[in-house]
Write a protein that binds this ligand. Structure first.
Ligand code: AMP
Length: 419
């Protein structure tokens, strides 16, 4: 199906052509006509599916038919969980709207930076506001933005919005919006909390649940390597060197770990930077730009910070620390294998995270062999396997912060192994 059959205007089709998109992705083919008809949409869409353009294109077209007032009135609100995603969507809107006859003004607002420039930018109004919920609420409370003329609301990565505890802010924002509006709801997963939100928010939505066609399914090889926790950095260095990886996104559990692993890699002359929520926005933008321009080989990131990273040609994602949940696993692995490229998602599993890894695999319906790399064979593997085998339902270690076996545990395990 060509883009031209979806009802988009010639100027948008021209922009799409200049971008080199030959055909709409499945989520675009289903979403664009529905949005143009003014319908509510409930889409299960992964990052990498082309979902951003799927809602941005028809919303831009709708805005063209509304003559704008001075100051401009906010017609579209796009709520996202992270500043990186907000920035990316803002860039996408600016890029896709550049050839439109009527200029579209977009304001991107998020927390963690000074509110004043955002207030200034909003002074003349805006057509579209892309925001994280907390900051939008602050701006609305300070009368820096009026939400009474909004005609369309987009919730992007709704599962993540709820995961990050934005439910209350969301509720308060929803109460400020006109009841009569179009709602577009995008989520990678649909746990009960997300379903409940969708149910209260959407009116007779068009449901878009695309089973990716085999050739369009992201081509991501998943592997798991058993390694002792204390040797993970060495193994990472070894794998980077041995495989000649040029760009690697490494996930860790904490800011401290991000700093530490990046530091160790740098000492081994591998260009690496940490990427976490305590870095200034300027620094985060710089790290991403350096990563995209291949001035950096490795970015060591926490989940929240890495949420919005969209890098074409990211061949490898490494779970140095396992993700807390199966949902996070999906999001992490989804950073690679984008837009038709193939990718590798590698997880390091040590004795204290084995039980948690099994849980993630179960939820993901995965059964990966636990590989070993020569020279990095885990000393604690046998013990971990025995312990996991013995327990019908292995005690949760609470994820990556799992309890390491004590000396006593080790002695007991050694005694069990003896004939
Ligand atoms: P998203 O799922 O919105 O994060 O988009 C993932 C990537 O796919 C982005 O880099 C887009 O530029 C790209 N993309 C979006 N639509 C298309 C399309 N129709 N054809 C090829 N690439 C696309």
């Amino acid at each position: 199906m060509p883009f031209s059959s979806l009802g988009l205007s010639p100027s948008l089709l021209r922009t799409i052509g200049l971008r080199g998109y030959s055909a709409p992705t499945p989520v675009q083919a289903a979403t664009i006509p529905a949005v143009l008809q003014g319908r509510d949409v409930l889409a299960s869409a992964q990052t990498g599916s082309g979902k951003t353009a799927a809602f941005v294109l028809p919303l831009l077209q709708q805005l063209q038919s509304i003559p704008y007032d001075k100051p401009r009135k906010v017609r579209v609100v796009i709520l996202v969980p992270t500043r990186e995603l907000a920035t990316q969507i803002g860039e996408e809107i600016r890029s896709l709207s550049q050839h439109l006859p009527q200029v579209t003004k977009v304001a991107v607002v998020f927390g963690g930076v000074s509110i004043n420039p955002q207030m200034m930018h909003l002074r003349g109004g805006a057509d579209i506001v892309v925001a994280t919920p907390g900051r939008l609420l602050d701006l609305a409370v300070h009368n820096a933005v009026r939400l009474t003329d909004v005609t369309s609301l987009v919730l992007d990565e709704a599962d993540r919005l709820l995961d990050l505890g934005f439910a209350e802010e969301l509720g308060r924002i929803l109460a400020m919006l006109p009841a009569q509006r179009q709602n577009l709801f995008f989520s990678a997963t649909f746990p009960p909390s997300v379903q409940a939100l969708a149910q209260t928010l959407l009116r007779e939505p068009i449901r878009i649940e695309l089973v990716p066609e085999p050739e369009q399914a992201p081509d991501i090889t998943q592997r798991a390597i058993a390694v002792d926790a204390g040797r993970r950095t060495q193994l990472l260095r070894h794998l980077i060197g041995q495989n000649g990886w040029r760009r690697v996104l490494v996930f860790v559990a904490t800011k401290h770990a991000a700093e530490m692993v990046a530091d160790k890699l740098r000492k081994a002359r591998i260009y690496a930077e940490p990427f976490h929520g305590e870095l200034s926005q300027g620094k985060r933008t710089q790290v991403l730009a350096d990563f995209k321009a291949s001035r950096l080989k490795v970015v060591v990131a926490t989940d929240v910070a890495a949420r919005g990273i969209d890098i074409a040609q990211l061949p490898v994602v490494v779970n140095y620390d396992l993700p807390r949940s199966a949902v996070d696993y999906t999001h992490r692995i989804g950073r690679t294998g984008r837009a038709g490229e193939s990718g590798l998602g590698l997880s390091f599993v040590s004795s204290d995270t084995l039980a948690h890894w099994r849980l993630i695999q179960k939820r993901q319906q995965l059964e990966l062999p636990l590989e070993q790399v020569e020279g990095f064979e885990p000393l604690q593997a046998a013990q971990a396997a025995t312990a996991a085998e013995e327990a019908d339902s292995p005690p949760s270690t609470g994820g990556i912060k799992g309890k390491r076996p004590s000396k006593k545990d080790k002695l007991r395990a050694a005694a069990r192994r003896e004939p």
